[in-house]
Design a protein around this ligand. Structure first.
Ligand code: ZN
Length: 640
């Protein structure tokens, strides 16, 4: 989902936009006001729903509607009652079981409990039909009635847990049914948009028709959707791996011509994302859009509901068909698996369509949003708080930049996209659900790397790193040393581990970029392969890492001052040992290898002359940090 909610809180005048209008891409669907417990929907119900047939009478000219849910289910223990979600605004008209009417049922909050006439044994397939009625509302979640140019439209929005406010269903994330049939009776002048394939539209008399949509992929309840109005249809198609996939667009007739150029680009976006993430997940059915009467969009399976058809929103909702619909977050704690990846889908399309510079602008914009506050994690600690679930800064912006960081850490696009496909195609997750730890396990399997620190720092931890970067030029050479100091904006993370790039620039327009692997605070690196003298440098030049830069210092003075206060280090080059002498007592010595890894550290010395054995050190260049009461000195050491 994507909505119109927060963007007004940010002043973004400092960001330069060349082609993309990011404000459009950040539109939010609505102001989420209501706070309601998601836990209410986690039923203690010992059955698994297998199939829903949803039949409804929807006439947008009136607010009243009625409907009927037929659910097929498999018992997971001996069962003498059925618990299912029906929110208090829904009236229950009748319940039918094995052709008999059941009158023994009770309701508490959003749970309907139906007493069965006999116990159903474990592991048995059975079915039940529940008829209901309700009234469309004008503003909130669930089934809404609105108007476009005085024509009424009825439409649904269910995420996160509002499905059971307009139809009776087991309304949770983890019970995907294998198949869905939607039958809508409606005035013949209107069309119905829904999931899956359009099977039939049949005139049934009295000016009414019945429209049948069928979806033959597993689907969770919040992705089931219906919209009814006087839609105009505008269609495209795309061929994915030999399969022709229709792209079905239902738009308000008065605005259709505004959006056809944008809609004509959608086949190329589906091709691109299919190449990166695997075939479009619903290629046997369709992709499509239905215009709705609110801002933003919602990624209903095979048919996103859209307030506009701008680039960012189209890309985001399309990307959800993989991340959100094919693999659904397993709890609302894990919503970033939907929204972070969908938003990164917008980033990938931005890079593909507009190029690397525009992609840098996209990342810079997100970093600006994220670092406007010091706190907050990608992982959502408040699963029952709707406004936290859809917190744009954390779930979307930080979530998408956390996905980008996976790509940046890997530094290998083939491996990154293979890792995405491995996650999406994992038999346990595909057309099912996954939680944050599942992604971690999947990444570890795909990459052979340990992702503990990444998840601790960037997903579960709050805030971001703040860097002070110093570059010292070494006299009579192009060589420099680079020292990174990091503080963090939030005390939940003491140090953010990350790769980090510096772009070095010369006086004649030259530039070159080097990558450093930051694993602990205060690391120093030698860069001895620069082809020109450095006159300036840019940290994080392509905005790959979520961070703030507090200070940059380029020391143009000779680094190795011939000064009596300088420490002496000899012999240099050294073989089996070297000695450091300093006027002030030395407290600590730290030695880094050429990759920036600390290989030696000794503290509490309090001596002016220290001897260090180096027999076991590989030959090469090292940086020696000498800490004394008057500061820290850096010395380059060569071991032969
Ligand atoms: Zn979304």
């Amino acid at each position: 989902m994507k909505n119109l909610y927060l963007i007004c809180f940010f002043t973004i005048s400092t960001f330069a936009f060349s082609q993309r209008n990011y404000e459009q891409s950040l539109e939010e669907a609505k102001a989420f006001g209501s706070f309601k417990s998601a836990e209410n929907n986690l039923l203690d119900a010992e059955y698994k729903p297998e199939y829903y047939r949803l039949e409804m009478n929807l006439n947008p000219n009136q607010l009243d509607y009625s409907g009927k849910t037929t659910m097929h289910f498999t018992t997971t223990s001996d069962l003498n009652q059925i618990k299912i979600n029906a929110q208090p605004n829904l009236s229950i008209a009748s319940i039918t079981y094995h052709s008999n009417t059941i009158t023994d049922f009770s309701r508490a909050e959003n749970v309907l409990t139906i007493q069965l006439p006999e116990t159903i044994p474990n592991n048995q397939l059975d079915s039940i039909t529940i008829s209901f009625s309700g009234e469309a509302n004008s503003t909130s979640n669930g089934l809404k009635r609105g108007f476009h140019e005085e024509v009424p439209v009825m439409e649904t929005i269910s995420e996160p847990w509002h499905g059971s406010s307009w139809w009776v269903c087991k309304d949770d994330l983890i019970d995907k049914v294998e198949k869905l049939d939607v039958y809508i009776t409606h005035p013949t002048e209107f069309k119905v948009a829904s999931n899956g394939l359009l099977k039939s539209v049949t005139a049934i008399g009295n000016g009414n028709s019945k429209t049948h949509w069928q979806h033959n992929y597993p689907i969770t309840t919040y992705l089931v959707a219906i919209a009814v109005t006087n839609y105009a249809e505008y269609n495209n198609s795309v061929t994915i791996n030999g399969t022709n996939v229709p792209i079905v667009n239902y738009l308000y007739p008065e605005t259709l011509s505004n959006w056809t150029a944008s809609l004509d680009q959608v086949p190329s976006y589906i091709e691109f994302l299919s190449e990166k993430w695997g075939d479009y997940p619903y290629k046997q059915e369709k992709y499509g859009h239905a215009q709705w009467n609110r801002g933003g969009g919602m990624e209903h399976a095979t048919m996103s509901f859209m307030g506009n058809f701008n680039f960012g929103l189209v890309g985001h909702e399309l990307a959800h068909q993989w991340f959100g619909d094919q693999v659904t977050c397993g709890t609302w704690h894990d919503i970033w698996l939907n929204e972070g990846f969908a938003e990164y889908g917008d980033g990938l399309l931005t890079q593909n369509v507009y190029g690397d510079n525009e992609f840098s602008n996209w990342k810079e914009y997100n970093i600006g949003l994220i670092t406007a506050e010091n706190f907050g994690s990608v992982y959502n600690p408040e699963a029952e708080n709707q406004s936290r679930i859809f917190n744009y800064r954390l779930t979307y912006a930080k979530g998408s930049m956390a996905v980008h960081l996976i790509r940046y850490i890997l530094n290998d696009d083939e491996l990154f996209f293979q890792s995405c496909r491995d996650f999406l195609n994992n038999p346990e997750f595909t057309y099912n659900y996954a939680v944050t730890e599942d992604l971690k396990m999947s990444l570890e399997n795909s990459t052979g790397m340990n992702w503990d620190d990444y998840f601790a720092d960037w997903i579960y931890g709050e805030g971001h790193p703040i860097f002070d970067v110093k570059v010292h030029k070494i006299s009579n050479s192009n060589q420099v040393t680079v020292t990174f100091n990091q503080t963090t904006s939030h005390n939940s993370v003491s140090f953010f581990q990350t790769p980090f790039e510096i772009e070095f620039r010369g006086g004649n327009g030259e530039s070159t970029t080097r990558r450093f692997n930051l694993t602990e605070n205060g690391q120093s690196f030698i860069v001895n392969d620069l082809p020109f003298p450095t006159t300036s440098f840019i940290p994080n030049p392509k905005f790959d890492v979520i961070c703030q830069i507090n200070s940059t210092v380029l020391n143009n003075e000779e680094f190795e001052l011939n000064n009596s206060n300088q420490a002496k280090l000899y012999p240099n080059p050294a073989k089996a040992q070297f000695t450091i002498e300093n006027k002030q007592p030395i407290n600590e010595i730290k030695v880094f290898d050429a990759s920036g890894k600390a290989i030696y550290n000794v503290k509490g010395l309090n001596d002016t002359k220290i001897q260090i054995k180096t027999n076991s050190w590989p030959t090469g260049i090292y940086m020696v940090q000498i800490h004394s009461g008057v500061g820290i000195q850096l010395k380059k050491l060569l071991i032969e």
